[in-house]
Write a protein that binds this ligand. Sequence first.
Ligand code: PMP
Length: 448
Amino acid sequence: MSSTTLEQRTAVEQRRIVNEIPGPRSRELMARKQGAVAAGVGTTMPVFAVAADGGIVVDVDGNQLIDLGSGIAVTTVGASAPRVVAAVQEQVAAFTHTCFMVTPYEAYVGVAEALNRLTPGDHDKRTALFNSGAEAVENAVKIARSYTGRQSVVVFDHAYHGRTNLTMAMTAKSMPYKHGFGPFASEVYRAPLSYPFRDSGVDGAAAAARAIDVIEKQVGATNLAAVVIEPIQGEGGFIEPAEGFLPALAAWCRENGVVFVADEVQTGFARTGDMFACDREGVVPDVIVTAKGIAGGLPLSAVTGRAEIMDAPHAGGLGGTYGGNPLACAAALAAIETIEADGLVARAREIEDLMLGRLRALQAADARVGDVRGRGAMIAVELVKAGTTEPDAALTNAVAAAGRAQGLIVLTCGTYGNVLRFLPPLTITGELLTEALDLLDGIFASTR
Ligand code: PMP
């Protein structure tokens, strides 16, 4: 890292716009990207990063942007968290790789122990480590099939589980995730979700009964290996099912010998104001999939579950060259220590209070803000044509673009593309968050 970058890293955490966004160096690099990188790899915000931590990303032109995205819910502890940096530096100097399946190392076992301890439920658990969220979801399905001897998998409307062939089949939205990429894996069935904003009057129990009816009629419990669900949907629009929905589904799975898999890739590790989103309603999944926030930015994912389920696949049936790489494991142990020692679960709830308060005030002043929802530092607003529930993707894109031009890294999501989502690092300061919300207020006011 250049000395300028180091200076920038230690600069006071504040938004700073030194030129238009993207600036000249970012524009130069974007031109190189277009000539070198496959067009399918998109860019939300065409600025090139040189440093990041807390709530700030510094770009190549010296702009300091407020980070409301955490690289899609990854840098929960910050993007250069001191414990993570130190642990990775120590590990990289010792060894980078042996392959855990060839000659194992302690950090992998340590991460497995930490996950077995932290994930919901006090039953005997086992963990296996992988590289990406999608890879872990695929392995959760393999494990559930192996354990149950059944093949079918149920997922939900608006679900996002990844971009590999099986997880594309499990993901709901065609464009951009699936369009042109079929045929998809078979034995994947979709059930209706609980979506309170678009489902008014259907409470959690009724929504669960509706989903279970579809599952029983269209799949049949005895064919079903696993129900896979995000406890709060991520890419699908930060949809929090009505209270009672998840517990009822989990109970039905238990009664029918179906493995209940929580995909907590986006919601896990303090993001939602609990260590895991399932904790809020006391739901204990049989298997939980984690990634993103687990390792302070290094690529790591995990499948954790009941020992008898996890141990079903034969030796050699699970794994991969890089799964549970030593650098990623060192980072994960440091990230988990940071979450626990620095009280980041409680910090997520403070962020929730600040953001929900401000965004609900905005909703009261602006009829285009149809819904404000989310938990912890996973908060969203769903934008609609004033006074209706008709999605307004154009407004969503316009607000996001205006925010980006003013130095906010803001992401959108949702089946209808009409959700602004906020996923700040839990280490962001209240001042930066307030500034970001002030800017958003101004953008909404200027478009009314
Ligand atoms: N599941 C969920 C809930 C996710 O949010 C994501 C990523 N957005 C994935 C799976 C896939 O993770 P990855 O991109 O690491 O493969």
